[in-house]
Design a protein around this ligand. Structure first.
Ligand code: PHE
Length: 460
């Protein structure tokens, strides 16, 4: 029996839902630390150029594929060309890798929220570096001092929402909370900029230093682009499949992009100048890793009047942004299990939850004594999963999608879908050139470069 596919009632509903999935830890946690790590301004510049060209082309392609085929990614690629059915599977592997470690970071956010809520914000800030490293390596005393229960809590909340199908409720709440998060972030960013030494940080963040450019910058920026905009993992195809035919696709994509990139930029403004200020105005001393947001922001809140309340509110808002994203990620995985194994929703959700907890436990305990000796590819587990999904799988999925659309079915199919009922496609030429030539060549060069570097053939 074929079910009628439900649609978003209008275009605004679609944009908000897609933006809810896109805006999350990627913008607030991941973007600032990558920008700090890959040379500040040069990363920002590369990121923005990629976002308006490549990100735009790929997002519009994925949404159009979904809207055209009315299928989620596994069926959709197959419907375009039988030989590319495997691509749907490859794309759906990405959320399977991301959800577990995403929930680990979600757990960190809950922990920080609880610390601030219970009035320990100042204590956290006073010993920020130490607090963070003691916490993630679970070397403090007691169960609650370890990241494990917080991680499991985050997974369970996500799973319950998916199980009871109450995403709609969460989405409604987050529609109100998201703008509040933006306003609060702008406020914190302005405050950060007033700290002594912050201007050096602002320069580091905004002014590109071309001597810091390398293919790794491009790879890092591209991985971040996929991650932040929920691309190259079939998610936008699924969203597109629910999009009403008569809505103006190009416009929607532009709005999602501006929103997503805007929030990332603000998050960078909030964090990077502050780190440099704490380093006495020396950008070269930034030690940027996954802990950057957790170590820096408590120290910023500490300096503010009402910092305890602001910190509590901030981590609560980040938690919501993270939840809307993790829900959309887990939902995708559950619906694949449901469709392909013909399991009930409840059984599928339980199975996915168990796998997420098992896999996530590796990332969660990767920093502790338990697993410290094991370093896949020389990385921490969390960084390893992040690397495999963002720097390996997603570029491969994106490359194959470009080949399929650019050289097998033809970009006209996408362009016709974008235009729909007499709509416009202003950047059609850009889309065509990007998808056919620029993106695949760039992706190939970068992937090859990384592999050669990994195997020590070249050093750039
Ligand atoms: N884009 C989300 C973020 O920035 C992460 C995410 C990826 C969410 C894929 C859903 C799907 O945090």
């Amino acid at each position: 029996m074929k079910q009628e596919r439900s649609s978003f009632t209008n275009r605004v509903g679609f944009v908000l839902a897609a933006a809810g999935s896109a805006v999350g830890l990627g913008n607030l946690w991941r973007f600032p630390y990558l920008a700090a790590k890959y040379g500040g301004g040069i990363f920002l510049l590369v990121y923005i150029i990629l976002a308006v060209t490549f990100g735009f082309a790929l997002m519009i392609t994925e949404i159009a594929i979904g809207r055209k085929t009315r299928l989620s990614c596994i069926g959709a690629y197959k419907a375009l060309d039988k030989r590319f059915g495997f691509l749907g599977w490859l794309a759906s592997l990405v959320p399977v890798i991301i959800v577990p470690y995403y929930c680990v970071i979600g757990g960190w956010v809950i922990k920080y929220f609880v610390e601030f809520l219970s009035g320990h914000g100042a204590a956290v800030a006073g010993d920020a570096d130490n607090f963070f490293s003691t916490f993630i390596s679970a070397s403090g005393g007691g169960v609650l001092a370890s990241p494990v229960p917080w991680f499991i809590l985050f997974v369970l909340v996500t799973a319950l929402v998916v199980l009871f199908g109450v995403e709609k409720g969460i989405e409604k709440v987050s529609r109100i909370l998201m703008p509040v998060l933006v306003i609060l972030s702008i406020f914190v960013a302005i405050f950060s900029l007033t700290m002594p030494g912050a201007m050096e940080g602002l320069k580091y963040y905004l002014l590109p230093d071309f001597s810091k450019f390398s293919t790794t910058t491009v790879l890092g920026a591209m991985g971040q682009l996929f991650y932040s905009m929920s691309l190259a993992m079939g998610i936008m195809i699924t969203y597109g499949s629910y999009m009403p035919k008569e809505s103006y696709l190009e416009h929607s994509v532009a709005q999602i992009e501006i929103f997503d990139t805007g929030i990332a930029l603000i998050a960078g403004l909030m964090i990077i100048p502050a780190v440099v200020a704490f380093n006495g105005g020396d950008p070269s001393a930034i030690n940027a890793g996954p802990g950057l947001m957790f170590v820096t922001l408590p120290r910023v809140f500490e300096q503010m009047a009402f910092g305890g309340i602001i910190g509590t509110a901030f981590f609560l808002l980040v938690l919501f942004a993270a939840l809307t994203s993790s829900i959309s990620l887990m939902e995708t995985v559950v619906s694949i299990v449901q469709d392909k194994l013909h399991w009930q929703r409840r059984a599928s959700t339980v199975a996915v939850t168990v796998v997420v907890i098992a896999l996530g436990m590796l990332s969660c305990l990767g920093y502790s004594d338990v697993l410290a000796a094991i370093k896949p590819l020389g990385l921490e587990f969390l960084d390893f999963f992040d690397f495999i999904s963002n720097s390996v799988l997603m570029p491969i999925v994106a490359f194959l999608t470009c080949i399929l659309v650019g050289h097998v079915v033809g970009t006209k199919v996408i362009a016709d879908e974008v235009k729909g009922f007499g709509g416009l496609f202003r950047r059609e030429k850009l889309h065509r050139v990007m998808v056919r030539w620029v993106a695949p060549v760039l992706l190939l060069v970068i992937l090859a470069g990384e592999l050669l570097k990994y195997f020590g053939v070249i050093s750039i």
